[in-house]
Design a protein around this ligand. Structure first.
Ligand SMILES: [Zn+2]
Length: 205
């Protein structure tokens, strides 16, 4: 792409670093911003800078949060001894949208994926095991996407929990294999949490 302006080229280069944004789309977005009042670009850059500078990880569940303890963990009406294990904040949002779940979460921050160089120590598995050892958790629900990485991660955690006495279950799969949790419709997802099955049963199939 030949640019008549270095400034334009730099902005397009930065924009096209984002996933799913090619150079053409990046150019369209940048030109759109140029046509809008300057305040719109200011608000966008300010929101992003503020996000990066101030965002926190909840000290209990590792969800993205504005405060030390996220709104879900700070809510006294949530069931504290029931913990749903998810990959990231999008899964928390998807499950919250169902309105069917009143327990807590534990956000792993990814899945075990040797191909991408992600091992258990890069995820928040250790603090999860510690929470279980502290005896604060009665039941764990595995809600990772049913990909090979998701299954590997579930099984790894399940093995770590052996002998702890904690009940383990997995969301019933109305969701077909390989579907990401965030794309499941709310009714199906809600039902699959309510009708969760013992984790052992999912291993036999
Ligand atoms: Zn939290």
């Amino acid at each position: 792409m030949d640019f008549s302006s270095k400034l334009l080229e730099q902005a397009v280069d930065q924009m096209s670093q984002l996933p799913g944004i090619g150079k053409r789309t990046a150019l369209r977005l940048v030109l759109h911003l140029l046509r809008q009042p300057e305040t719109q670009t200011e608000q966008l850059t300010k929101a992003l800078s503020k996000l990066r500078a101030e965002i926190k990880r909840c000290r209990n569940c590792y969800n993205i949060s504005d405060t030390e303890l996220c709104d879900i963990c700070a809510n006294p009406s949530r069931q504290e001894d029931l913990v749903c294990i998810v990959e990231d904040v999008r899964d928390v949002m998807a499950i919250e949208n169902t309105g069917q779940y009143r327990g807590m979460y534990h956000v792993l921050g990814g899945k075990i994926s040797p191909m991408d160089g992600i091992g258990p120590s890069q995820l928040t598995i250790k603090p999860l095991i510690e929470k279980v050892r502290d005896g604060k958790i009665q039941e764990i629900i595995f809600a990772l996407s049913s990909t090979m990485e998701g299954d590997t991660t579930n099984f790894y955690i399940y093995k770590q929990l052996e002998g702890s006495g904690v009940k383990t279950s997995t969301i019933a799969r109305g969701i077909s294999v390989g579907d990401e949790l965030e794309y499941a419709d709310e009714v199906t997802l809600g039902r699959s949490i309510t009708n969760r099955i013992p984790f052992e049963n999912s291993l036999k199939s």
